[in-house]
Design a protein around this ligand. Structure first.
Ligand SMILES: [Zn+2]
Length: 71
C-alpha cells in the first residue's frame, strides 16, 4: 500500500488517491488502473498486482548482471 498526505491511500500504479472504501477492501490501485490490470491479467486481483509487476522485471542481457554487481 502506498500512502500519501494525511494517510490517503494511493494507487501503486499511477499514485492517484484511492477512495477510502476501496482501500479498506485491500485494493491497492485506483479503479481505472484496476480495469487495465484486469484486462491484462483477468485471474489476478487486488493486492497481488504490485508484487507481480515487480516479479516481471527479468534481466535479459548478461551484461546487465555484470553492471549491477560492479562497484
Ligand atoms: Zn491508478
Amino acid at each position: 500500500m502506498v500512502v500519501g498526505k494525511h494517510n490517503q491511500p494511493l494507487c501503486v500504479l499511477c499514485y492517484d488517491p484511492i477512495p477510502k472504501g476501496r482501500a479498506d477492501m485491500n485494493h491497492v490501485t485506483c479503479i481505472p488502473c484496476q480495469e487495465i490490470e484486469d484486462r491484462k491479467n483477468p485471474q489476478v486481483h487486488t493486492v497481488t498486482i504490485g508484487f507481480n509487476k515487480g516479479a516481471y522485471q527479468y534481466v535479459h542481457n548478461p551484461d546487465d548482471l555484470r553492471t549491477v554487481h560492479k562497484k
